[in-house]
Design a protein around this ligand. Structure first.
Ligand code: BTN
Length: 306
């Protein structure tokens, strides 16, 4: 690749050579691989795999996400950012990518392990015209979108676990956290936060048994740019289906991809916990579980196979 002198860079950006040096050091600290020093000039060794707006936007033209993509190197939580932005009026389709999250949020008050530049940490702002009681289907649609994107890019076929986990070989590689600002009858805005383990080669000891990444599953690394773009494209398609009222269809397709959701003995972590056999999803996306003679609808508790 081309070697560019510090003087030329300085001229082009209207800064001093020492300022250029400082900026180069900053880029290196962010993981951008640049060889050279002020005397020899600089050479970018590898185009970094960063889902930057200028790189992702052309790959998702025609979707509602193309015009409002934001990227940050380190944030607390992209969901927190997106919720704040939505409260200030950020348009539907705003996307927040981060390289690293210092307090990534998971469901049920858990945290989301967000190591730097290995996963996709992405939140999108949506303003769906549905009452809060029907919002679950949005999360299911996001799960379908991730499954489609992963299949398109890697050829892998993830399994969905109701309501929001994606698994490969029984281990979780993606979680989705949908947060809302709503009135009783109207959702003002929703933020769908998606964490995908893409290129992690290992996990902390407490996650090792239950977590995996696409890299561990397939034995090779994947482009996060390509994966992020595929994700936004499939999310756009699934959200369009939802806007067109395809709730029952989304529930049905989720069920097809989710061996857990029918005929599986499950434990529902209610107070008190109870067990039964899953009987598929209803049209709003809630899980039905038979326990003895009655079929109960699981509204919010977590469910695990037994
Ligand atoms: C889960 O518990 O399974 C949901 C995890 C959701 C993690 C993603 S990463 C991007 C977005 N920002 C967050 O703080 N959380 C979500």
């Amino acid at each position: 690749m081309l070697v560019v002198s510090g003087t030329k860079l300085a001229e082009e950006i209207g800064a001093s050579r020492s300022e250029v040096w400082r900026l180069i050091q900053q880029l290196r600290a962010m993981g951008v691989e640049i060889a050279g020093h002020p005397a020899t000039g600089y050479q970018m060794e590898r185009v970094p795999d960063l889902p930057l707006p200028d790189i992702v936007a052309p790959l998702v033209t025609g979707t509602r996400f193309a015009a409002h993509i934001h990227h940050f190197f380190r944030v607390g939580s992209t969901n927190a950012m997106a919720m704040q932005a939505a409260a200030r009026g950020a348009p539907e389709g705003s996307v927040f990518f981060a390289e690293e999250q210092t307090s990534g949020r998971g469901r049920g008050g858990h945290s989301w392990h967000s190591a730097a530049s290995t996963g996709i940490y992405c939140s999108v702002v949506l303003r769906p015209q549905v009452p809060p009681a029907e919002i679950l289907v949005l999360s299911l649609a996001a799960g379908l979108a991730v499954a489609e994107a992963v299949h398109q890019v890697t050829g892998l076929r993830p399994e969905l676990k109701w309501p929001n986990d994606l698994l490969i070989n029984g281990k979780k590689f993606c979680g989705i956290l949908t947060e809302l600002n709503a009135e009783v009858t109207r959702v003002r805005y929703a933020v769908v936060g998606i964490g995908i383990n893409v290129n992690q080669a290992e996990f902390p000891a407490d996650l090792r048994e239950i977590a995996t990444s696409l890299r561990l599953a397939a034995g090779r690394e994947w482009s996060r740019v390509q994966m992020g773009a595929a994700l936004l494209q499939s999310l756009d398609r699934e959200y369009a289906a939802l806007e067109n009222g395809a709730h029952a269809d989304i529930s049905r397709r989720f069920e097809e991809r989710s061996p857990w959701s029918r005929g599986q003995r499950v434990r529902v972590e209610d107070e008190p916990p109870w067990e039964g056999v899953s009987e598929g999803l209803d049209d709003r996306g809630f899980l039905r579980v038979r326990s003895g003679d009655t079929v109960r609808t699981v509204l919010s508790a977590s469910v695990r196979a037994v």
